[in-house]
Design a binder for this molecule. Sequence first.
Ligand code: ASP
Ligand code: MG
Length: 427
Amino acid sequence: MALVVAKFGGSSVASPERIRLVANKLIALKNAGNDVVAVVSAMGKTTDELISLSETLTKNPPAREMDRLMSTGEQVSMSLMAMELEERGYRSMSFTGEQAGLYTDSRHLSAKITDIKPVRLMEAVLQGFIPVVAGFQGIDPKGDITTLGRGGSDATAVAIAYGIHADECAIYSDVDGIYTADPRVAPRAHKLDAINYDDMLELSSSGAGVLQARAVEFARKYNVVIHARSTFSDDPGTLVEGADAIMMEQAEVTGIAHDASEVKVTLRGVSDKTGVAAKLFSALAGNNVNVDMIIQNVSTDGRADITFTCPKADLPAAREVVENMLQKVSAHDYFVDESIAKVSIVGTGMKSSPGVAAKAFKALADNNVNIQMISTSPIRLSVVVSKDQMALAVRCLHTAFGLDSDSDYEEKMLSAEELAAKSKKGR
Ligand code: ASP
Ligand code: MG
């Protein structure tokens, strides 16, 4: 007998048939003697469709209205789920973010959770209901609806699990756990039984689409153990928990992530003077461009090239700034490369293993993968390569760091376009 939060992603509730399947899962949990709180995402691609719908009217929708619009997706799935449970003879009630007591700040589109007061949820649980909570949304101090960033239903699940002192926070999706790399890209990838918060956070931030980075951050802060597992099987998935809980020799690299959602912008012949970078990057920040990697190549004639990467979605804003800045930093010109991908090796074990970078570069060189940019943190090494070489880079690093599974694997080569589509952020 446990108190379980069970969160289901968009593909798990994409159709009435799937909603029935999820209801089976919730009912099985309940029949096994557990108290259950469900959290649901919007059905299938609903959130993307709502965004497209707004784009038919405006390029610049007020963030407050976007949040109101997007929050409706989860309200559809929560009501349908509650109806299905009632139909099957189980008492259920749906709750919006506000009704679940999920309070946030007022930063529309990426609000931070500030408090959780799940009073009504707990009342419902005590009365034997299976409450179904709309993921992804909360309420700000003014009473306006906010959303928690794309993939934010994960954050809802973790926050509710913390708020009700749940014994388990299970995050169900169409993948059966956390893998050493995306198996669609690296067929020899294997599922991890457990991963620590820091590694998971770094993998999520580096493009692994499995758990929302902010949800992992929240879980780490409040020590909520996440069980990432499949909606479509009963196999155990991967536990995301503190490093102390994981009883095994720490490998130097835990996993490899790829991200084909960024673009590279290069300003050529920028005058090599103090304050130029400050000017450029302040202007980019001011226009909400989320800059990731940066390099500067100094040339001899007092000029330098500055290259940075940013999400493809921020490219129009970046162009605006760069075109404006060309004269101010007396740059010759600029160009954009949209066919890049970032590949990251991640592992807390890297901190105590010298030579990780050398090993990575050698593996890439042996496979003729050209490195365009490099960035590091104590537990991550990222390289930018051409999109065509992304899968090769992931695979050879996976092999070099001893992550390949022994079991049979399916060697299938996806085209760069297929991979790019698959590695798009969001689920
Ligand atoms: N429906 C939202 C999204 O697609 C939230 C989520 O799925 O977790 O981003
Ligand atoms: Mg989703």
